[in-house]
Design a protein around this ligand. Structure first.
Ligand code: XLS
Ligand code: NI
Ligand code: NI
Length: 438
């Protein structure tokens, strides 16, 4: 039975199409910069917002109309929901999906029952993956919703909660492996603190590192070869989250000898909350070889929380694609960690939302590829740093000089050479020119 009978598989119709259920830019097989759009973008539908989000906000309850969902926490409802999910993902022509353990299967009355529920739904997910060819981009464990995690999961003060979290990740890794997941994500929703008066930060971070080392060991033991990812976020729900931004994550990973086993999953709205542009976070991770995947959404600059909106702004998607083209993304993907507004409560809105953002990223990809191909920005950047290509610059970059030698040089010259213009406005105009023409 179909839950979206009014929607056929969404097809590419080109930029002139007015069909709201067609792609105008996303043309999966079209080759851009040597690869198909499908392979560049690796679009992923998230289970949590798309199938579990009910529109609740701090001021009111759910608004979403989801006729297939009986609202119960039964395994049967969960299995049925999984079938509906795959109808949507398939019709959107998205090659991947991602989930938390608790999105797909309900918690039981004890851990054993919870594991069994997860196994039962995983069976259906597997069938549906086989039926449709849709693959799992990543799995993760929800260790933030249940009240047991009020003090954290791996960074909790309660050792048995740590053990429970370990059991949960162990199981989530097994299921992610069973479903062929390409990555496994850790987002530390409750790994942080509200107040240092009651917190032993050093001890908590040591525990977090131990937790990750055990996850690596277990992945090896069961032969899970997917990429581990940490998803930085500075605040919300805790005031100080340990994984606050890309730099904080990389410092933690380096300090605890975890750098070889992890990359980062960078989310736009989290970058905003950290006071960074998405491009900054991507470039920071990328330049250190740690750019793993992205959670593609956007915040609202007038609202100070994680609004998780679908990104439709071409400047944003082009900026993101400029960095992704530079460093590559696979085995990560463009994961729509985004939700429709609570006023957009009809099932069809799920299609409009995904189609719009897929198109925005596809166009961003084309514009970015052209900018790179023409060297439109990079030529000016190389020019800007050209003084470093001189004998003096090379001497400094290769570590073959000293303060004393540099002082002697400047004493002889009296002053540094004059500066050139940064040309920011010109570059912004060039960026616009590419947006106009693609
Ligand atoms: C929350 C996070 C979450 C992760 C997965 O802000 O974005 O959705 O992506 O746990
Ligand atoms: Ni996310
Ligand atoms: Ni988020």
């Amino acid at each position: 039975m179909s839950y979206f009978p009014e929607v056929n598989k969404v097809k590419y119709e080109g930029p002139d199409s007015d069909n709201p259920l067609a792609f105008r830019w996303y043309n999966p097989e079209e080759v851009v910069a040597g690869k198909t759009m499908k392979d560049h973008l690796r679009f992923t539908v998230v289970y949590w917002h798309t199938f579990r989000g009910n529109g609740t906000d701090p001021f009111g309850g759910g608004t979403m109309l989801r006729p297939w969902d009986d609202g119960s926490e039964s395994v049967e409802n969960a299995c049925n929901r999984a079938r509906v999910a795959f109808e949507l993902i398939e019709k959107l022509d998205a090659p991947f999906y991602a989930f938390h353990d608790r999105d797909v299967a309900p918690e039981g009355s004890n851990l054993r029952e919870t594991h069994a529920n997860f196994d039962a739904v995983a069976q259906v997910l597997k069938e549906q993956q086989q039926r449709t060819g849709v693959q799992l981009l990543w799995g993760t464990a929800n260790m933030f919703s249940n009240p047991r995690f009020m003090h954290g999961a791996a960074t909790t003060c309660n050792v048995e909660v740590f053990a429970y979290a370990a059991a949960q990740v162990k199981k989530a890794l097994e299921v992610t492996k069973e479903l062929g997941g390409a990555n496994y994500v850790f987002w530390g929703g409750r790994e942080g603190y509200q107040c240092l008066y009651n917190t032993d930060m050093k001890r908590e971070l040591d525990h977090l590192a131990q937790f990750f080392h055990m996850a690596i060991d277990y992945a090896k033991q069961i032969g899970f070869t997917g990429q581990f990812l940490i998803e930085p976020k500075p605040k919300e729900p805790t005031k100080h989250q340990y994984d606050s931004d890309a730099a904080a994550c990389l410092n933690f990973l380096r300090a605890y000898d975890l750098l070889d086993s992890f990359k980062l999953n960078i989310e736009t709205n989290h970058a905003t909350l950290a006071g960074h542009e998405m491009m900054h976070e991507l470039e920071y991770a990328g330049m250190q070889g740690a750019l793993g995947s992205i959670d593609a959404n956007t915040g609202d600059l007038l609202l100070g929380w994680d609004t998780d909106q679908f990104a439709t702004n071409y400047y944003l998607t082009t900026q993101i694609m400029l960095v992704l083209l530079k460093y590559g993304l696979s085995p990560g993907g463009v994961n729509f960690d985004a939700k429709v507004r609570r006023e957009s409560f009809e099932p069809i809105d799920l299609f409009y939302a995904h189609i719009g953002s897929m198109d925005a990223f596809a166009r961003g990809l084309k514009v970015a590829a052209k900018i790179i191909e023409d060297g439109a920005l990079s030529k000016i950047v190389s020019q800007r740093y050209s003084s470093w290509d001189s004998e003096l610059g090379q001497k400094i970059e290769s570590g073959n000089t000293s303060f004393a030698e540099l002082e002697a040089l400047m004493l002889a010259k009296g002053d540094a050479a004059p500066n050139g213009s940064g040309r920011q406005e010109l570059l912004e105009n060039i960026f616009n020119r590419y947006l106009d023409r693609v």
